[in-house]
Design a binder for this molecule. Sequence first.
Ligand code: ADP
Ligand code: MG
Length: 524
Amino acid sequence: MQEQMAKMLISMAMACAAVAAVAAVVMVWQKFQKHSPCEQALVLLYEFRHACATPLHVLRQISEHMALEMQAGLDQPGGSQLTMLPTFIEKLPNGSEEGLFYALDLGGTNFRVLRCLLGGPEARVVKQEHEEVPIPRQLMLGTSEELFDFIAMRLITFMQREGPEFHRGCNLNDQQIRELGLTFSFPIRQTSINTGILIQWTKGFKITDGVGKDVVTMLQSAMDRQKGWPQIRVAVLINDTVGTLAGGHYWNDDVMIGMILGAGANACYVEGNLPNDIQTKSGKMVVNMELGGFWSSHLPRTDIDEQLDNESVNPGDAAFEKLIGGMYLGEIVRRLLLKMAQEARLFGGVTLTKLKQPFILVTPEMSKMHADDSPDLIVVGKVLRDVFDIGQTELPVRRIVHIVCDTVTKRSARLAAAGIVGILKKIGRDGWSDEVGVSGTLKPLRRNSERTARPELKRTIVAMDGSLYEHYNRFRIYMQAAVHELLSEAAARKLVIELSKDGSGVGASILAACHSERKHSAHT
Ligand code: ADP
Ligand code: MG
């Protein structure tokens, strides 16, 4: 009897609890409904900003983890998400290079051909010419032979227009082979300074063959098929970050890092502590980090980043790049605005067809909104209208959109800064003598004021290219500020980030000079 009573009481209590819980939810829901769309959107914004936060201690953990992952990737292929590819480049240009050299840059929907006359330490780059050639769409979907035949044909046409002013001081005659630096920005497994096996066609190229073949041989064979003059020798095979590093090093040997912040993110640097199986005479080699692949549990990722990743063509890959690259920033903003529109009716009853379209907001449009400092945020209103068909917006709505842009860019810029500092840490140039970052474990975090700054420090220059860095002013400012926060004062004074616009093309031709068979000169 007592037992039955107890059971009855328990079930009554449970029923009451359920009713109370439902009532609480209804009350919260009603309360939420009473809030304006802007207030509701602010709650979502607050949550997003919280998940995106990059306070100094998080950035430090990321840069330390980066240095550790760099070492792990060097120690063992596959040892880290950073593939740390050896480039076989040991000699970097020093300004003494002389002669006429070519470059060919393939890695997107256009390719570039370039010739450059180098006049040695005094005259430097005497003259250069280049041409940009769009790749016809059908060739991006055909065979590798068709693609390379087209490239060879256009390269030859360009070479045949070589004027006599390019022969000044270099004793070249028409019959001589021209040497060339090939910048090839698809994944390759490099086997020597001028050979590399294609791993995969990417960036919209759906070519049926070519994978597993040496790209230099494919180009060389296409040149041979054209017969007659001119002929080429590919002196170096590189990627665009290496070209940027070499182009910078030609002018200043403090350039130790080449970085590209454009659609994606990548960097290379001069490694002086090579693993046993990669040895060079000088003990140094340029390493291509494939930085975009970096992964760390410290990365501030939101549910929006996870969705973007899941729906991308390469889920689970390129985690760092998806938080930083120009290709993704506008898309992250679009996804958050869509969430605000659906969950908080931020834009009222407008149709969301455009806002639902992936990648419709490109980063240059986002940066226009972000740069809007008019009191009424007129540009923000215009971009919302032009891109998303969202006509009339109130100022508070435009303010929220502005803060969304700021949040996404700030995170990106500060993470890029942590990447740079991670590289400096790896090469012992971050200015702190208490942690080298390669010892295998993370050091406990301390305030900068409690740490020991390294007294003597060499100047380090980062040669930087890419439209995101070049054109997005607030990105640049945030990045610079975060680099300064992370470094010791002494190291911050010794670090220079230098825009090296389109430096990779000239850099590739100068690297070809540096590795010319015609003349050998001393380099460092
Ligand atoms: P790639 O990385 O393909 O070699 P770029 O270095 O020109 O080419 O970078 C292109 C990327 O730069 C684009 O994805 C774009 O998002 C970004 N970008 C271009 N212009 C701007 C701009 N004005 N503001 C912000 N980002 C820009
Ligand atoms: Mg580029």
